[in-house]
Design a protein around this ligand. Structure first.
Ligand SMILES: Cc1cc2nc3c(=O)[nH]c(=O)nc-3n(C[C@H](O)[C@H](O)[C@H](O)COP(=O)(O)OP(=O)(O)OC[C@H]3O[C@@H](n4cnc5c(N)ncnc54)[C@H](O)[C@@H]3O)c2cc1C
Length: 387
C-alpha cells in the first residue's frame, strides 16, 4: 500500500470517519490510521443520543445539520446509523426555566422542531414520570438515538467506496514536521506522508498534540452507563430524556432495556487506557437511586450491564476544531462527552475548512484551538454540563 495520501486522519472514531467520508465525497483521498479498530474509543461506548437542545447556537446548528444525515442516513451515506426516533425531553429545574425558554427560542429560530410543553403534557406523554419538580420542558418530537458503531462503520465504508483508505492496528507514534510544515506521521507500521494531518484521536488526542509541539488545555473525561430492564408498565418505549434536576439522562434501548448515564461524578484526568468493561464502584447504586426519583416504577427493574468510556474534554467543554501548530496540522478532537450527534456536520465543516480555507455550512470559528490563549472560552446559558 503506498504510504502517501492527500490527508492523514489519526483515529477512526466517528469523527475521523466523518471527516474521511466528507473529504472522499470531494474527491480527496484520505488515509485513516487507527491504533486499534474503528470505533474502539469513545465512539464504541457512546450512548448515541441524537438531540438538538444545546445552549450555544453553533452547537445546535451542528446537531441540526447532522440530524439531516441521521434522518436520511441510507440516502446520504449508505448503510445504517441505527437512528431510532423516540422524541426527546429536556427537563430543567424551575431556576433554569428562563435559560430553557431562551434556548428553545434559539432552536426554533434555527429551524429545529423544538417546543415548550407543560409538566402536565409530559405526564400525558409518559404517565410513569414524576413531574412535580418542574413547570415546563423542551420537547423535540423528531429526536432520539442512533448506533455509534454502525454510524462509524457506514461512514468508513462509504469513504472507502470513494477512495479513502483505513489502516487499523496502526498506532501513530510521532508527527513529522519540517520547516514549520507537517509532512506526515511515524507509526508502528512505518512512516506515512501527507501535507495535511488531522488529530481525531479522541481521549488520546493530547499525546498527538504534544507530538506536534502543541501545548493546549486538554484532559480526559470518564463516563459510565448502565442498562436496566424496563418494567412492562412503561409500555413499548418512552422519550429520550436529559433530566437536569437529577443530573442524569436516559433513553430506551432494544430488548426491553433502558440506558442511564449520570452527569455528575465523571472523573477527569484518568488514563484513557483504563478499564471500560466495568463501571466504577458506586456508579450503579447512584444511577439506580437517580432513575427511581424520576421514574419510581423502575424500582421493579433489574440490572442488565454497566460499563464505562473516555472522551477528550477541554476547559469549556467544547471541541477543538481548526488548524494549530505546524502548517497543515488540524484538530478535530475534545468532543467533551457530546460529540457523537454532531459528527456528520463537524466532518463536513472540517472538510470545508481544510479544502476551502473556511467552513461554510456552520461557522465553527468559535471552536478554534487558540480561544483559550485569547481568553475567548465558550459559554452558554446553562451552568457547565459535566462535573
Ligand atoms: C460513555 C459515553 C457516552 C456518550 N454518550 C454520548 C451521547 O449520548 N451523545 C453524544 O453526542 N455523545 C456522546 N458521547 C461522546 C461521544 O461518544 C464522543 O464525543 C465521540 O464518540 C468522540 O469521537 P472521536 O472520534 O472524537 O473519538 P474516539 O471515538 O475516541 O476515536 C478516537 C480514535 O483514535 C484512535 N487513536 C488514539 N490514539 C491514536 C494513535 N496514536 N494512533 C492511531 N489511532 C489513535 C483511538 O483508538 C480511537 O479509535 C459519549 C461518550 C462516552 C464515553
Amino acid at each position: 500500500m503506498p504510504n502517501t495520501a492527500d490527508v492523514i486522519i489519526i483515529g477512526a472514531g466517528v469523527h475521523g470517519a466523518s471527516l474521511a467520508f466528507h473529504l472522499a465525497q470531494r474527491g480527496v483521498k484520505p488515509i485513516v490510521l487507527e491504533k486499534d479498530f474503528a470505533g474502539a474509543g469513545a465512539t464504541g461506548r457512546s450512548s448515541g443520543l441524537v438531540r438538538m437542545h444545546y445552549d450555544v447556537r453553533q452547537d445546535s446548528e451542528l446537531a441540526w445539520v447532522s440530524f439531516g444525515y441521521f434522518r436520511n442516513w441510507t440516502e446520504r451515506v449508505g448503510g445504517e446509523s441505527g437512528f431510532t426516533r423516540t422524541g426527546f425531553l429536556q427537563i430543567v429545574a424551575r431556576e433554569n426555566e428562563a435559560a430553557l425558554r431562551k434556548n428553545t427560542a434559539m432552536h426554533q429560530d434555527t429551524g429545529i422542531a423544538s417546543f415548550l410543553i407543560t409538566a402536565n403534557d409530559v405526564k400525558r406523554l409518559v404517565p410513569s414520570f414524576v413531574t412535580d419538580d418542574f413547570d415546563v420542558a423542551a420537547y423535540e418530537p423528531e429526536s432520539g438515538y442512533a448506533d455509534p458503531s454502525a454510524t462509524t462503520a457506514s461512514l468508513i465504508n462509504a469513504a472507502k467506496d470513494k477512495g479513502a483508505r483505513i489502516v487499523q492496528d496502526c498506532a501513530v507514534t510521532g508527527v513529522i514536521v519540517k520547516s514549520q510544515k507537517v509532512k506526515g506521521v511515524q507509526t508502528l507500521q512505518g512512516d506515512y506522508f501527507a501535507p495535511v494531518v488531522v488529530n481525531a484521536a479522541g481521549p488520546w488526542a493530547a499525546v498527538l498534540n504534544e507530538m506536534a509541539g502543541l501545548d493546549l488545555p486538554y484532559t480526559t473525561w470518564r463516563h459510565d452507563t448502565m442498562f436496566v430492564g424496563r418494567p412492562k408498565e412503561m409500555g413499548p418505549s418512552h422519550p429520550t430524556v436529559i433530566d437536569f434536576p437529577n443530573e442524569m439522562y436516559f433513553r430506551p434501548e432494544t430488548g426491553g432495556l433502558m440506558l442511564v448515564g449520570l452527569e455528575d461524578g465523571n472523573p477527569l484526568g484518568d488514563s484513557p487506557d483504563g478499564d471500560t468493561d466495568h463501571a466504577i464502584k458506586g456508579f450503579v447504586e447512584r444511577a439506580i437511586e437517580r432513575i427511581c426519583q424520576r421514574v419510581p416504577i423502575m424500582e421493579n427493574s433489574y440490572l442488565h450491564t454497566a460499563h464505562g468510556g473516555y472522551d477528550g474534554i477541554t476547559p469549556d467543554q467544547h471541541p477543538l476544531l481548526g488548524q494549530a501548530g505546524p502548517d497543515g496540522f488540524y484538530l478535530q478532537c475534545g468532543m467533551s462527552g457530546t460529540g457523537f450527534k454532531i459528527a456528520p456536520a463537524v466532518g463536513l465543516c472540517m472538510s470545508e475548512l481544510i479544502l476551502d480555507g473556511e467552513a461554510k455550512t456552520v461557522d465553527i470559528s468559535i471552536y478554534r484551538p487558540q480561544r483559550f490563549v485569547e481568553g475567548k472560552e465558550i459559554t452558554g446559558n446553562y451552568e457547565s454540563i459535566w462535573h
